[in-house]
Ligand binder design. Structure first.
Ligand SMILES: *Cc1c(COP(=O)(O)O)cnc(C)c1O
Length: 395
């Protein structure tokens, strides 16, 4: 007799609750920004990925409005049928230019861009090597591809080299890493990873969801920061729902790579194009990303302020200089308790728990945005000080 699915659901949900792993969706009742209304309560938030404060920018909103007037609402079809419109095309060209690649290909989400790139490039008989802390979408893509899948130690070029040495020479090898690690905030050692990959004739794919817009003088992300071309990083993924403040994603690379993805990447082919007006909004936000360097400067200053203040409190910070500043607290219970105490003080920082992060490393994932003020960061530091004061001491 088959397993009863209803019984399975009930048991697993009960387990999740018992382990402090049950997830709830805070209901946002305001636009995205530092000051939000969540579940009916005004809160000062430090947990979105709107790093440059563009998600609710008046010029971006206006560009979306104008786009809708001009192009209507729906994409209407997949790109290969009749859904590839002028704003999509213009955005691809602007993204290629921003990242210094010959071409870019637009996707509706980063999850899809990652699935598309990995599953189109490698399959049975090939190998895919991933950093063990890669984003879930990259790990899923690697498993789905059917290629021989293995993980190397976090941000460790020597561990990658060992794995590369074991990959069979009969197939192709794809090395995949986050550019900025989404839960730790550290930056991948791309020059060294690229060297190891090249030495073994493997391709390096970088998912720079948290680097584009934030890193590099123009916001070109980690590849601009390290000055790495298509030779070192042949496959570059960026997303538009974070620093760009809109939605969607892109893969950037050579003429041949993009041509190949258009022909063979199923998550590209079998889906409706994003609304063209969204591309209009993203084109405006790309302009702001490139031209308003003060957003990156202000953000960097807030990161410094936060780190200095948190260190003075004796908090254990991670080696991150990006706007992702996690405070690792260990158990899920402790992370939840801190998040709750902050909320009682009007501060919203979500607790991130396993399986999103390894067991025993539950954390508050603090993220900073150019939309925050120094005074708001000070309020967060005060809230953290109060959390510390309320902790039961061991002695
Ligand atoms: C957010 C994220 C994605 C997914 O992008 P979406 O556009 O939100 O689907 C992919 N990779 C990383 C590293 C991310 O942080």
């Amino acid at each position: 007799m088959a397993v009863d699915l209803q019984a399975r659901l009930t048991t697993r949900l009960a387990e999740r609750r018992a382990n402090s792993l049950y997830r709830q969706r805070p209901l946002l009742d305001s636009p995205q920004g530092p000051e939000v209304v969540v579940d009916g309560t005004p809160l000062l938030a430090f947990c979105n990925n709107d790093y440059l404060g563009l998600a609710n920018h008046p010029e971006v909103i206006q560009a979306w409005r104008n786009g809708a007037e001009r192009w209507g609402v729906g994409g209407g079809a997949s790109h290969l049928v009749i859904g590839h419109s002028t704003p999509h095309h213009a955005l691809e060209e602007a993204l290629a230019d921003l990242t210094g690649r010959p071409r870019a290909l637009l996707f509706s989400t980063g999850y899809m861009a990652n699935l598309a790139a990995v599953t189109a490039l490698v399959g049975q008989g090939d190998s895919v090597l991933e950093d063990r802390l890669n984003h879930a979408s990259l790990l899923d893509a690697g498993l789905l591809s059917g290629a021989r899948f293995s993980r190397y130690l976090h941000n460790d070029p020597a561990s990658l080299a060992t794995r590369l040495g074991k990959a069979p020479s009969t197939g192709a090898t794809l090395v995949v890493t986050d550019g900025v690690f989404s839960m730790d905030g550290d930056v991948a050692d791309l020059p060294a990873l690229a060297r190891e990959a090249k030495a073994r004739n493997a391709w390096l794919m970088v998912d720079d969801a948290h680097g584009v817009g934030v890193m590099g003088a123009q916001g070109g992300g980690v590849v601009e920061h390290f000055n790495l071309g298509g030779d070192e990083v042949p496959v570059l993924v960026g997303t538009l729902g974070k620093a760009f403040g809109t939605a969607g994603a892109f893969v950037a690379g050579s003429e041949a790579l993009i041509d190949y993805l258009v022909q063979f990447a199923r998550p590209y082919i079998y889906t409706t194009s994003q609304p063209p007006a969204l591309a209009c909004a993203t084109l405006k936000s790309l302009e702001l990303v490139r031209n308003e360097g003060w957003r990156r400067d202000h953000l960097a200053a807030l990161v410094q302020q936060f780190r200095k203040g948190a260190q003075a409190l004796g908090l254990d910070l991670m080696p991150s200089h990006t706007p992702i500043q996690p405070i690792v607290l260990g158990s899920s219970e402790r992370a939840m308790a801190w998040s709750r105490r902050l909320r009682e003080q009007g501060l919203l920082v979500t607790a991130i728990r396993p399986p999103t992060v390894p067991v025993g490393s539950a954390r508050l994932r603090v993220t900073l945005s150019a939309a925050h003020t120094e005074a708001q960061v000070s309020r967060l530091l005060q809230g953290l000080a109060d959390c510390l004061a309320l902790e039961p001491t061991d002695e």
